[in-house]
Every structure is written in C-alpha cells, then in structure tokens.
Design a protein around this ligand. Structure first.
Ligand code: SF4
Ligand code: SF4
Length: 381
C-alpha cells in the first residue's frame, strides 16, 4: 500500500492520459454528480457533500476539508460499457443495390476514475450477463477490454445506501487496478492507494508516493468501519427467493402500484439493469436505414408488447416483475442478486418508493397473514 497527496490525483489523471486512456469520472453538472470526461483535475468533483433520501437529492459544498463526501448520483458507469444507444448496422441503397454495413465495435482505452465498491460489484454483475453467458455482447466486450478502474472506497454513504446488506461495500475487495481511500491523519486529506493489477502498479510508479505506514492503514480501517456503521438502510436477503415465490399475489403489489408512476427512473439509474429494445429508422428518401439498440425498461408497456397486447399491462405486474427479477430470479439466472445496494432507485424515484421498504412490507404481510391471495387485482397482469 502507498500514500499520495491530493495533488497526486492530477498526476494520476495525467499518467492515465499519457498512456492513452480517455479518463471519465465524477463531475458536477446541473447540481448533481455525473460521470463525464475529465479534461483535467479541475473537472473532478471535489469537496462536495450530497444529501440523499427517498425521492430527494441535493448537492452542497462539503466545507469540511473532505475531498469525496458524496456517494454516487444518477449516472452509472454502465453508460460507458452497456451504452444507452448503440448503432448495430446501417444500410444504404443506391443504383447498385443494397449495402449493409455493420458498425465497428472497437473502443479506445477508457479509465473509470472514482468507481465506488458497489459500482464495481455492478460491473461484475454486468460482466456475467454480457460476457460470461452463452452469448457475448460484442459492444460490451469491446468497451470492457481495455478498461482501467480507479476505485474509491466509500467513506460517506448516503441515506439511500444499503451496500452492507448486499455485501458490496463500503470497501472494494476486487475489480480495480488502483483503489483509493481518503484519510485525514493530521487533519489534512491524504489518499492511501492499493494496487489491484500489474497495469495499476505501472501507473502508480509514475506518481510521487510514499509507502503507507501502519498509522495510515489503521486510519483506512477506522474510516471504513465508521462508514459501515453509518449505513442506515438495510435489506434482509435471507430466504428472499422463497419470499417472492410466496408473494406472487400479495396485496402489496396493489399498494405499490397506487404509488408508482411507471416512469422507469429506477431502471434507468440502476447500474445492473440491462433491458434494451431495437428501433429502426430510415431517411425520407429511403436511401439509408439504421438499426439502433437503446436502453428500455420493464416499466414500459411496450417492453412486453407481443401480438395482441402487452404481457404486463398494469403497474402492479410491472413493479412485481422488476423487483422479483432484481432480487430473486436474477439469482437463479446469473447466480447473483441483481441489486448491489447503491440506493439510486430509492433516491431517484420521484415518489420515493424504496426497494428495501417494499421487501420489508412483503415480509410484514407474511408475518401478519395478509401476504397472499388478498389482491383486489383482476388476474396477474
Ligand atoms: S435495484 Fe436500486 S439499489 Fe439495487 S442496484 Fe439497482 S438502483 Fe441500486
Ligand atoms: S418505482 Fe418509482 S422510479 Fe420506478 S417506475 Fe415507479 S415511480 Fe418510477
């Protein structure tokens, strides 16, 4: 382990750029933490404090000397890996006929700067989905191939976070090239750096650093222990697949459907949600057509539209599908939960629907015997 000064962050950025990486990381835009290109250290979001709770997000200056006192905002790293819009192919027509052109998948080298432990867990989940199943997503594979990850251990969990329940934070165990932890040994910020890969070691060798002392490592342990204790929210995952099996007709789905707007925010901000649809468009002259893959959501009616109508026409069935897949069926499908406890779906739900509270409500209905068969809903749709 090594220790660098805050000014070393600029050197780290520079070292990555010198090695050909496009560096992306947290910036402040429109009053929120967003993940965008870091042209220089001045772009990096430093000394900001966020307030998050169900349906609420606010960013203010930290004013306490801390560099990273915010947790993730609405953006996720998936926008660089599983992109919101991908052109699959283009076709052009001229006098010689129809010409089909597949879009190239090649990507430049990208460095993610400041990925939180829960976000590394989300990337690992998407790796499983896109790379480790029977079908490899060539666009994801190309973006992932030369990715460098600078992780940032979490010292300021928000009120929406529940990474401890999902065993994804606040300390990153794997999935990074370099991992930083902010400490304040003498009142001033310093960053302890853990090396996670050979490339990480080479990049670190470019920086001014000193070997971390036992006191530094103790400060890291203390910081992360305190962060863990500050995580207020929790989700009881014990026997969760059985809970959802038994709750298929729970009146809770009616309850949540009355509140849910079907806006799909929760799926757009989720770092693991991966649903897409394919749209085709052509120019007015009929000379060029494009097939594009874009993010979609199980909260839209069109997502399950098949001949004759939507399979899930009600908010009842759509919310049930989302949470059941995320927390239970995902385990069967991919061997892992689909939730990393980042809390985004809680913060960015406009009506403050809280995934942890919905699970607790299902459990409470079981305890009180009102867990199934009481729905006023007609059928399961
Ligand atoms: S379901 Fe919610 S808390 Fe879980 S990973 Fe997705 S956005 Fe984060
Ligand atoms: S749960 Fe909230 S964020 Fe998700 S679709 Fe319903 S209203 Fe929108």
């Amino acid at each position: 382990m090594w220790t660098i000064q805050p000014r070393g962050l600029g050197d780290l950025l520079e070292a990555l750029r010198n090695r050909g990486y496009r560096v992306v990381g947290p910036v402040v835009r429109d009053g929120a933490i967003c993940y965008e290109d870091l042209g220089s250290i001045e772009d990096l979001a430093l000394a900001w404090l966020d307030e998050q709770e169900p349906g609420n997000y606010r960013l203010t200056g930290s004013g306490n000397g801390d560099l990273f006192s915010y947790s993730p905002g609405a953006h996720t790293w998936k926008k660089f890996l599983h992109k919101p819009s991908v052109t699959l192919w283009r076709a052009t027509k001229d006098q010689k006929g129809l010409h089909l052109k597949e879009e190239p998948t090649a990507e430049g080298k990208v460095a993610l700067f400041g990925a939180r432990p829960c976000e590394l867990a989300a990337i690992a989940i998407q790796d499983r989905v896109f790379l480790e199943g029977p079908f490899v997503d060539s666009f994801y594979a190309a973006a992932r191939k030369e990715m460098f990850v600078v992780a940032l251990n979490c010292s300021h969990p928000s009120k929406s976070c529940f990474c401890v329940s999902m065993k994804t934070g606040p300390r990153a165990a794997t999935g990074f090239d370099l991992c930083l932890t902010e400490i304040h040994p003498n009142g001033e910020a310093e960053l302890v750096v853990e090396v996670g890969s050979e490339t990480g070691g080479l990049i670190l060798a470019d920086l001014q650093r000193r070997e971390a002392t036992e006191k530094d490592l103790e400060a890291v342990r203390k910081t992360l222990e305190e962060a863990e204790q500050r995580v207020e929210r929790s989700l009881d995952t014990e026997g969760i697949q059985g809970l959802f099996d038994r709750s298929f007709e729970s009146p809770q789905w009616d309850d949540v459907a009355r509140r849910c707007l079907g806006c799909a925010n929760c799926t757009m901000v989720c770092p693991t949600c991966f649903c897409t649809t394919v749209v085709e468009s052509s120019d007015l002259a009929g000379a060029e057509a494009t097939r594009t893959r874009i993010w979609d959501s199980c909260f839209t009616k069109d997502f399950t539209y098949i001949h004759g109508g939507s399979v899930r026409p009600s908010g009842y069935s759509r919310y049930r599908q989302w949470i059941t897949h995320k927390l239970a069926n995902w385990i069967e499908q991919f061997g892992t939960s689909g939730c990393v406890g980042c809390g985004r779906c809680i913060t960015w739900c406009p009506v403050g629907i809280d995934i942890t509270a919905e699970v607790e409500a299902l459990r409470a209905r079981e305890r009180t015997g009102s867990g199934s068969g009481g729905s006023s809903h007609e059928g399961n749709a």
